[in-house]
Ligand binder design. Structure first.
Ligand code: CO
Length: 137
């Protein structure tokens, strides 16, 4: 079952400038930054009221975020929903015709297991499902 909106990811061509927009202008607190070399991505986290904004920027000008920025410019990249049963939700959504970018969930940040659904499955929005480690049976 989907339990909450975990984060909203925004692709940004300039990470420092984007951090300033969300922290200095909008007043959100920057609580962390993480480079994910396997995804060629630099990330910054700005939590607010049970969810967080995640700024995603290409590391070294390469990878999926670089391609996204080339094609579409900066902007909304994906929504991530927490689930307490990722296999169950993937099966339910597949039965409704959803397509996923990998066969099964993969290890993500913070010990979560994650999977992405193709944007064509959800009105043009890339959707990530994430199951936190505490909810693993
Ligand atoms: Co995400």
């Amino acid at each position: 079952m989907i339990t909450r909106l975990d984060h909203i990811a925004v692709a940004v061509p300039d990470l420092q400038r984007a951090i300033a927009r969300f922290s200095e202008d909008l007043g959100l607190a920057l609580t962390g930054r993480e480079d994910v070399p396997t995804e060629s991505t630099s990330t910054a986290f700005l939590p607010i009221a049970g969810t967080r904004i995640e700024l995603v920027h290409p590391m070294g000008g390469e990878g999926p975020i670089a391609k996204f920025l080339e094609k579409r410019g900066g902007g909304l990249h994906h929504l991530c929903f927490s689930t307490d049963d990722i296999e169950g939700d993937v099966a339910k959504l597949k039965a409704k015709g959803w397509q996923f970018l990998s066969e099964s969930p993969k290890p993500g940040a913070h010990g979560c297991r994650v999977i992405f659904a193709h944007p064509r499955s959800c009105e043009g929005v890339l959707v990530e499902l994430s199951q936190p480690p505490a909810a693993h049976e």
